[in-house]
Design a binder for this molecule. Structure first.
Ligand code: 8IG
Length: 276
């Protein structure tokens, strides 16, 4: 990995101040002062951006203060400003930093804090994930109703107590279900990764109430709520979790399932965002 200076790595720095600097960078580079909605695109959701409206600007995330170099091929490191037909400003975040990269939680949630500092009041988080619920099949989108954070980490620092009772905003879930009444709601379990779970861990996830397993969204959702945003979470089931499916999991299979489902779920996501 190349040299990568990041102000968030200074423990004495204020991550919210860095987010405000990042939002100012974003405004300068995109020419758009404020955004209404932010949207993080996970595996399989990438095509939604084109369907949302007119792309006003696309910038490399690395030009914006605090953003990390993309760790993974297929995770495009761009930030995009879109104007929808009804006049909404959508910030599309194609630059996710995962907890498993080991750069700390501040870097993981920096895009969320930047979106909030840029004015966004709604955070839409999408991901590719494994299905634990035996009724799920690859290619299916699932609304996140709640989560179980198994990372043993939090984006909140110090004695910051934030209520998470309605973390995944009920009103936004209702809107999504009016667009697609067949959308199921499930509980997302975030593991640290980057290894996939063992079959025993997947059984545990099911027993404690999980329907979906992933490596990204719970920590981001907590930071979004801390910042006062409403949160909508959508998972694409790209694979059945280990032990639910009998064959070994492969990253290629995950990418393939994402590609196959992409046109359908991208349309869904674009329609949902326009209805928010
Ligand atoms: I895509 O099976 C994808 N992401 N933890 N488990 C976890 N994360 C995932 C999985 C999975 N599939």
């Amino acid at each position: 990995m190349s040299h990568d200076d990041n102000p968030l790595d200074d423990p004495g720095a204020d991550p919210f101040e860095i987010a405000r600097t990042a939002a100012a960078d974003l405004a300068r580079l995109t020419g758009v002062d404020r955004h209404d909605i932010a949207l993080t695109l996970g595996s399989g959701w990438g095509k939604a951006a084109e369907l949302l409206g007119q792309t006003v600007a696309t910038i490399p995330a690395t030009e914006v203060t605090g953003f990390s170099r993309p760790a993974l091929e297929g995770h495009v490191g761009t930030l995009r400003s879109i104007l929808t037909p009804t006049g909404k400003r959508v910030l599309v975040i194609g630059a996710r930093t995962h907890f498993y990269e080991g750069h700390g939680v501040r870097r993981v949630v920096h895009s969320v804090r930047t979106a909030a500092a840029a004015g966004a009041t709604i955070m839409v988080l999408t991901n590719g994930a494994g299905g634990v619920n035996p009724s799920y099949t690859p290619g299916r989108p699932v609304l996140i109703r709640d989560h179980i954070n198994l990372t043993a980490a939090s984006p909140l620092e110090g004695a910051t107590f934030v209520d998470l009772t309605d973390l995944y905003t009920p009103r936004l879930r209702e809107i999504a279900r009016t667009i697609d009444p067949t959308l199921d709601e499930g509980v997302y379990c975030q593991f640290r990764g980057p290894h996939y779970e063992t079959p025993a861990e997947v059984r545990m996830a099911g027993i404690i109430g999980g329907d979906i397993v992933g490596m990204s969204t719970a920590l981001e959702a907590i930071a979004a709520r801390e910042a006062g945003m409403d949160v909508l979470g959508l998972s694409l089931i790209t694979n059945l979790a280990a032990g639910i499916q009998t064959t070994p999991l492969s990253h290629d299979e995950v990418l393939e399932a994402g590609k196959a489902a992409e046109p359908v779920i991208s349309r869904l996501l674009a329609d949902v965002v326009e209805a928010l």
